[in-house]
Ligand binder design. Structure first.
Ligand SMILES: Cc1cc2nc3c(=O)[nH]c(=O)nc-3n(C[C@H](O)[C@H](O)[C@H](O)COP(=O)(O)O)c2cc1C
Length: 210
């Protein structure tokens, strides 16, 4: 086990602080070995029963990408129509996906009943497969940030439709659709905070004790 230095821990804090959800991308693609390396790092994540339920799908086909963009536009328009007045105006001004510019699209699916892991740990909490996949996504996100690469999580999509667009096994659960590429401009605060939509709440840094 390597010994992690205080300087490394400080840098790690910077990494947590500077990890951002990115919606503005440069169009140049990542070198293949870099993206491949990030996906391999993601697979170091913990998983219930060592089941590794994640399935990363690189979406390269321009027709499928266009279909995903259309689905986002449709779902986002519906989300906007559920709001009224100034709330709707403020929502309409937000940029909530970098699907047009991001050079890489990655769908992340999860196997709800993997044979790997032999069911260990999910008898009482079957959702743990999904959570394991989220761990892999977060690992990917941090590893990408450490390499100066941006990741944007898009959830304003219809999972059934996206699964069909990608022609994936219907038993797999769509957990995330990620935009990946070099960020147009790095930022130290969440975009939703910069645009006055929401802010980090200090009370979340208070721990409940029982
Ligand atoms: C599960 C999940 C789904 C998200 N979906 C979206 C999305 O559809 N569109 C978007 O712009 N941001 C999305 N985000 C990003 C959050 O808005 C972002 O993480 C949050 O505002 C904090 O900003 P930060 O990640 O830059 O710290 C999602 C984040 C998570 C964890």
């Amino acid at each position: 086990m390597p010994e992690f230095s205080p300087a490394f821990r400080e840098q790690l804090q910077d990494l947590f602080r500077w990890r951002r959800d990115v919606r503005h991308f440069r169009r140049d693609p990542l070198p293949e070995p870099v993206l491949d390396g990030l996906l391999r790092t993601a697979c170091l994540a913990p998983s219930v029963g060592l089941s590794e339920p994640w399935r990363f799908v690189r979406v390269d086909d321009p027709h499928r990408r266009a279909a995903v963009r259309e689905d986002f536009a449709r779902c986002n328009a519906r989300a906007l129509s559920d709001r009224a007045g100034t709330d709707a105006q403020r929502y309409a001004r937000l940029k909530l996906a970098g699907l047009d510019d991001a050079p890489h699209h990655i769908a992340v699916l999860s196997h709800p009943e993997p044979t790997q892991g032999r069911g260990l740990g999910r008898g009482t909490m079957p959702q743990t497969t999904t959570w394991s996949t989220v761990m892999a996504i977060h690992t990917f996100w941090l590893a990408a940030t450490a390499s100066g690469i941006g990741v944007g999580w898009v959830s304003i999509i219809d999972p059934e439709r996206i699964r069909a667009v990608l022609d994936m096994d219907p038993t797999l659960e769509l957990v995330a659709y990620l935009c990946v590429g070099y960020p147009a401009q790095p930022a130290s605060t969440p975009e939703l905070e910069r645009r006055g939509w929401e802010r980090r709440a200090p009370e979340r840094r208070e721990w409940i004790r029982r």
